[in-house]
Design a protein around this ligand. Structure first.
Ligand SMILES: Cc1cc2nc3c(=O)[nH]c(=O)nc-3n(C[C@H](O)[C@H](O)[C@H](O)COP(=O)(O)OP(=O)(O)OC[C@H]3O[C@@H](n4cnc5c(N)ncnc54)[C@H](O)[C@@H]3O)c2cc1C
Length: 509
């Protein structure tokens, strides 16, 4: 029986196992996960009527494989959208909250009205944005950073006050470092195609595309072709299962019966000989497989392949990661003086705070808190602020309580609190990312039967991670069947050669 080992039990590895089990039922699949639980960044605590997400809390509906997988798992009816009654998000400026203008498409404003009215941008800043219409496209030799692009097209003020905090909400990243080509390539496409972003926006309006507000998605909307942007009318932009994203993991696990799942097992190294891969485990045991899918973070994958292919390892190691912490706290609504009348707020780097966003979860998803209670989640740690995960629980809670006292006037302690530390969790698609991907693809092509999946490569949002796992599974199934054909072909050739030899022998004898 053919054997495939998948390393990594996050959503990418689980999706790969599920797809492979469906498409290649005769293959023995083993999934190895170093943690004692499955799900990776997806982790949901259900406590006293609260649904508390430690990592992702929602996913974009327009990317097909999020809803697609939920549908296959029978979870479609369990999906909730964000609260349609209060579609409001704030941005902090000088400690005060301003409405985030509505109508943001792929990070960039796509409606004039809300931008003209917003108090977040000064009249001069708005004028500078308007200049985009007249600024010709820049001819470039290669990539540029997200910050460079937005500043040269729309001005520094819009970048600093709106785009930077939005982008941080997605990547916990530094816009000066992030590659435009790897994160929001359609912005550059719009510039080249239409001459400016404003002209592109006008052309889109004429085509009557629906707009989507992309707040607090950890997705890479642009890493997606425009074709997949067709959003089924039924779905709001962001959706999530009723009792949390862990429902997806739980449903996958049920369907992975027959897959040999090894928890608490760390892979330390892989090797390859002429016919199979060897996987070495921390306890010194070795396993062999016909094909491997490495659905681990890029730095972990680099460590696994360094003996096999140092150039591949080097390219993988070149993908930097940012650390982040989420702290969820709950209070009776009577203890929250300011009404939670929105999805929460984002905080620009220029504000000088370690907290980069606060989600008012119980407003964004009302079913996630019992009636009469407010659930709030703070994100702590910006790119370059990695030591945040070393802070004690007390320090982290104090940071959050200070923030909530300042902004919401909360003076009492929370009735529920949960802290989740995520060291090296968010891959940063920095300048050079596309070159690194090219090296990774080129080197992987030299190792038949070796595939990678996960958030390090072509999208960090859940639908992209699912798609990457499924793609790796499809490649694996194809590899195994092609190899069988080749082996059958080789056997036929060997048999013919044998016959020819036998004939020659008998002729000669
Ligand atoms: C705080 C936070 C909020 C987020 N919010 C959102 C959101 O709202 N929406 C959204 O779409 N996305 C969001 N994301 C991003 C998204 O959650 C991740 O990109 C995605 O879950 C990553 O899935 P993955 O399978 O690629 O990796 P992971 O979930 O990291 O899984 C990799 C697995 O590999 C295992 N592993 C590593 N090394 C080894 C080894 N040597 N041997 C065996 N196993 C190993 C790890 O233990 C881990 O379980 C968020 C991420 C974070 C951290």
């Amino acid at each position: 029986m053919k054997r495939v080992i998948i390393v990594g039990g996050g959503i990418a590895g689980l999706s790969a196992a599920y797809r492979l089990k469906q498409n290649a039922p005769d293959v023995a699949i083993m999934l190895i996960e170093s943690d004692r639980r499955l799900g990776g960044k997806i982790t949901t605590d259900r406590v006293d009527g609260f649904v508390i997400e430690g990592g992702p809390d929602t996913f974009l509906s327009y990317k097909p494989r999020g809803i697609g997988l939920c549908r296959e798992l029978g979870l479609e009816d369990r999906l909730h959208g964000t609260n349609e009654k209060i579609r409001r998000t704030y941005v902090m400026r000088h400690g005060k909250l301003y409405d985030l203008p509505e109508g943001l498409t792929g990070l960039i404003p796509s409606r004039f009205g809300p931008m003209i009215k917003t108090g977040l941008i000064s009249p001069l800043g708005k004028l500078r944005m308007g200049l985009d219409y007249f600024i010709p496209p820049k001819s470039l030799n290669g990539d540029e950073s997200l910050a460079q692009f937005v500043e040269r097209r729309l001005g520094h003020e819009l970048y600093e006050r709106m785009i930077e905090p939005l982008m941080s909400g997605i990547y916990a990243g530094d816009g000066e470092q992030l590659s435009l080509g790897a994160t929001f390539p359609q912005l550059r496409q719009t510039e080249l195609e239409h001459g400016s972003l404003v002209k592109g926006m006008l052309a889109t309006k004429r085509r009557k595309h629906p707009e989507r507000n992309a707040v607090e998605s950890k997705d890479a909307p642009a890493a997606q072709s425009n074709a997949s942007r067709a959003l089924p009318e039924k779905w709001p932009a962001f959706v999530t299962p009723e009792t949390g994203l862990a429902e997806i993991v739980e449903a996958l696990v049920v369907r992975l019966k027959g897959v040999d799942i090894r928890l608490g097992t760390r892979v330390t190294c892989i090797d390859h000989d002429s016919s199979s891969y060897t996987v070495m485990l921390e306890d010194g045991k070795t396993l062999s497989a016909d094909a491997l899918i490495l659905a681990t973070p890029a730095y972990a994958t680099a460590y696994l392949v360094v003996g096999l292919d140092p150039e591949l390892a080097q390219a993988l190691k070149g993908i930097p990661y940012a650390s982040t912490v989420t702290v969820s706290v709950a209070y009776p609504l009577k203890d929250i003086p300011r009404p939670l009348n929105g999805y929460g707020y984002i905080i620009p780097r220029a504000e000088g705070r370690s907290i980069l966003a606060c989600t008012w979860t119980s407003t964004k998803f009302p079913h996630r808190a019992p009636e009469g209670y407010g659930l709030i989640r703070a994100f702590i740690g910006r790119a370059g602020d990695d030591d945040v995960i070393d802070r004690s629980d007390e320090e982290l809670l104090k940071m959050v309580r200070d923030e909530l006292r300042d902004v919401l006037g909360i003076t009492v302690g929370p009735i529920v609190q949960r802290i989740f530390r995520w060291p090296k969790a968010m891959p940063q698609y920095t300048l050079g990312h596309l070159d690194r991907l090219a090296v990774i693809d080129r080197r992987l092509a030299q190792h038949a039967g070796l595939f990678v999946a996960g958030n390090a490569y072509r999208g960090i949002g859940l639908p992209d991670c699912i798609a990457s796992g499924e793609q790796a599974a499809d490649q694996t199934a194809k590899f195994l069947s092609t190899r069988d054909d080749l082996l059958d072909g080789a056997k036929v050739v060997a048999r013919d050669v044998q016959f020819a030899d036998d004939g020659a022998d008998s002729a000669g004898g």
